[in-house]
Design a protein around this ligand. Structure first.
Ligand code: GRG
Length: 297
């Protein structure tokens, strides 16, 4: 019998948490303050959506779980680094993250900068470990894929586009371009890296899965904008959301709540249609997609 989604997700989250705990340098290791800040920024929080996607994709390709843990952790470290830097005064200037003071508030700005840098390099250290794939060529391809997804043609590029456009009006295609890079690229990498832990899928299947990952990457952001708008409505009685308040364009500010919700549903429908071609092997990917769309936080 298939274990229900919540038990499965909680098992995967524990696996990732324990693995990250074992690979992040201990707080007794010099420089202690930097290692404390790294552990503070990664452990004990977050939904771990990207590792869940890697696990679900790994199930589809029947990959060894011990390999998928490593790639899920690598992607989560990149995500954690991006949040630490994104919260800094030179970017979003946020004081709270996951209900705790942000890294630069709890420590200091220089430590936050170095924390992000060190989490990023640790991700690539993990991805270079032996026995992660059946052959070295696939592993090099995975390292390249994560580097691309994180860099100026991926997440960092999306962030730069975002910062360049604060206070400006974006068209829908421009907003889509920004989110495909800023949020979508890493989500896409999580799926593809999970699947690449085994060589069992052919090129056509990989292409379909990449298209699926693109749909959910965008859906993740649309839902994020909707949740942000709902939270702002509940606390301030305004409907635009925190990003829009900060002069940042969002799906809700451009399309309105109803259209944005319809877009999230359409993207889920497109994603499910692709997964249907993979039959029962895609059950976990279907469940994580549903979680991304229906989540309340
Ligand atoms: C600083 C290079 C650089 C990039 C930052 C991803 C990003 C780019 C910034 C994050 C800003 C943000 C809040 C974007 C909205 C979507 C998003 C990534 C939300 C946070 O991700 P979750 O919901 O967070 O997966 P948890 O806490 O669950 O891990």
């Amino acid at each position: 019998m298939t274990v229900d989604f919540h038990s499965w997700a909680s098992h995967c989250q524990t696996l990732i948490e324990n693995f990250l705990d074992s690979r992040l340098p201990g707080t007794d290791c010099v420089p202690r303050r930097l290692h404390q800040a790294m552990r503070y920024s990664v452990l004990g929080g977050g939904k771990r959506v990207r590792p869940l996607l890697a696990f679900a994709a790994g199930e589809l390709s029947q990959a060894d779980v011990d390999r998928v843990i490593v790639v899920g952790a690598a992607v989560e470290l990149i995500h954690a680094y991006s949040l630490v830097h994104d919260d800094m005064p030179c970017m979003d200037d946020d004081v709270l993250r996951r209900g705790k003071p942000t890294c630069h508030i709890e420590f200091d700005e220089a430590t936050a900068l170095l924390t992000g840098d060190s989490l990023q390099t640790l991700a690539f250290e993990l991805l270079s470990e032996k026995n992660l794939t059946d052959d070295t060529k696939t592993q090099l391809g995975m390292i390249k894929q994560l580097a691309r997804a994180s860099g100026s043609k991926g997440m960092a590029g999306g962030q730069a586009f975002d910062l360049d456009n604060v206070g400006k009006t974006l068209t829908l295609p421009e907003l889509e371009f920004m989110h495909i890079h800023k949020t979508g690229a890493l989500i896409r990498a999580a799926v593809m890296l999970g699947v690449h832990c085994s060589n069992s899928l052919n090129d056509t299947q990989l292409e379909k899965l990449d298209h699926f990952a693109k749909c959910i990457g965008l859906a993740f952001q649309v839902v994020d904008d909707l949740l942000d708008a709902e939270a702002t409505t509940a606390t301030l009685g305004k409907t635009a959301g925190k990003d829009a308040e900060n002069n940042k364009p969002t799906y809700v500010s451009i399309m309105g709540i109803r259209e944005a919700r319809a877009l999230a549903e359409k993207l889920q429908h497109d994603a499910d249609r692709i997964l249907n071609e993979f039959g029962d092997g895609a059950i976990r990917l279907r469940q994580v997609t549903d979680f991304i769309i229906k989540r309340k936080f």
